[in-house]
Design a protein around this ligand. Structure first.
Ligand SMILES: [Fe+2]
Ligand SMILES: [Fe+2]
Length: 413
């Protein structure tokens, strides 16, 4: 069943669960201003919450973690089983995001206590925006077959916490990145390669952050960690090395296109990260289900199907959907999630059209300008879609911007 979007005339139904009456009372008061948009229910225990849900379906459940009888973890697991379309948010007194997301697997999002009502409102609304990704029924089926997903690298979450502080410290950030030797080594290797075309040698993560910006370094850390976790079977004909070169290349192309469109520095960062991570779903599928992926690739070779369609036939979901699900779960920015979700099947009229277009075109241009797998049919950008978004005629400028990126890069050996 497709995830149902709440009727626009209906209020969103949000259920709060906490064993502390004072907390529920505080929420009732603090969220009074949301009464026009949300219909709120309050439960003092897990079993009361399940009774409420059985009587009336809710769009979102926000649950405390530690509760007598049934804790938040068990409650959300039960909600996941019985009401799979309900978005699940955990509220916890612990601030260690990575630890919580590891232990509370059935949660979609995480909020740390004490949490301001602005944060709470933002997180609920954000989770609802990502509903199409997080409640994708095809992904749910596939997740059952995969079993476990990679968890967000701890350093990534720690860096986010540091960045959210009023005065983030470069010293602390450099220290956090340096703690993980393997990750540091792979990021430094990348920033010192021809990839960035920097004229000076970068010796420490701190220098990398100063020169490239924290968002860029975070994106590279996440990508290198994911590639470190997975090694692909060589017989699949899609090597880890080629996929890495494609992902990093699309990251750079996406940023170049975003810059050519005059997007802000923050938007360019989102495009870069979305480009870097656009095919992480492929990595997950290839690593977890190599046999089935081989069958999907055979369909592409034999029948001329696109990878996207062959994956949907074999797995029920595409790598774009799989990757976006992971990134949404990890709390990456909406524009990044949306662009990864739509990089093969773009859609007009969303808030993030500019970023979606940059990643969609960057992927097509990378296949065109950097032929990593000779003989594979080209995957041109969707010109009808570009025209519908008023972006027709931009491909020439984008191709030039991407060619300029390649010109700054030494030929790879
Ligand atoms: Fe892709
Ligand atoms: Fe791609």
């Amino acid at each position: 069943m497709e995830c149902t979007q709440p009727d626009s005339r209906d209020k969103l139904r949000v259920l709060f669960v906490d064993d502390e009456p004072n907390v529920l009372h505080g929420l009732r008061l603090a969220l009074r201003h949301m009464r026009d948009a949300w219909q709120m229910s309050f439960a003092g225990s897990g079993s009361e919450a399940l009774d409420i849900l059985a009587r009336e379906p809710h769009d979102v459940v926000v649950s405390d973690m530690r509760m007598p009888g049934m804790d938040g973890d068990r409650l959300l697991a039960e909600v996941q089983r019985r009401f799979p379309d309900t978005l699940r948010i955990i509220l916890s007194g612990y601030s260690d995001y990575a630890m919580i997301m590891r232990t509370v697997k059935p949660a979609h999002q995480f909020l740390s206590k004490p949490c301001s009502h602005e944060d709470l409102t933002r997180t609920v609304n954000r989770a609802l925006r990502l509903r199409a990704v997080l409640c994708n029924p095809r992904i749910k089926g596939l997740l059952g077959a995969i079993g476990s997903l990679p968890s967000l690298p701890e350093v990534f979450a720690a860096l986010r916490e540091e960045m959210d502080k009023p005065e983030p410290s470069l010293q602390r950030i450099g220290g956090m990145v340096s703690q993980d030797m393997g990750m540091t080594a792979s990021v430094l290797k990348l920033v010192n390669s021809s990839f960035f075309g920097l004229r000076r040698h970068i010796a420490t993560p701190r220098q990398a952050v100063v020169l490239l910006g924290l968002e860029t370094v975070r994106g590279l850390l996440l990508l290198s960690e994911l590639f470190r976790q997975f090694t692909l079977a060589p017989e699949l004909g899609c090597s880890t090395d080629l996929l890495w070169r494609h992902c990093t290349g699309v990251g750079r192309f996406s940023r170049a296109i975003a810059a050519a469109e005059g997007l802000s520095a923050a938007e360019q960062d989102d495009c870069f990260i979305a480009g870097l991570l656009h095919d992480v779903g492929k990595l997950v599928l290839l690593a977890h289900m190599p046999g089935e992926y081989g069958a999907a690739l055979a369909r592409v070779r034999e029948g001329g199907a696109t990878v996207h369609d062959a994956e949907r036939e074999v797995f029920g979901a595409s790598h774009a959907e799989m990757g976006a699900y992971l990134l949404a779960l990890w709390g990456l920015p909406d524009a990044v999630v949306e662009s990864v979700y739509r990089h093969h099947a773009p859609l007009c009229g969303t808030e993030d059209t500019a970023c979606v277009a940059a990643v969609h075109a960057a992927n097509a241009l990378h296949h065109e300008l950097v032929v990593l797998t000779p003989g594979r049919a080209p995957r041109p950008a969707d010109n009808d879609w570009l025209a519908a978004c008023g972006l027709e005629g931009r491909m020439t400028a984008w191709r030039e911007a991407c060619a300029a990126v390649l010109a700054t890069q030494e030929p790879e050996t």
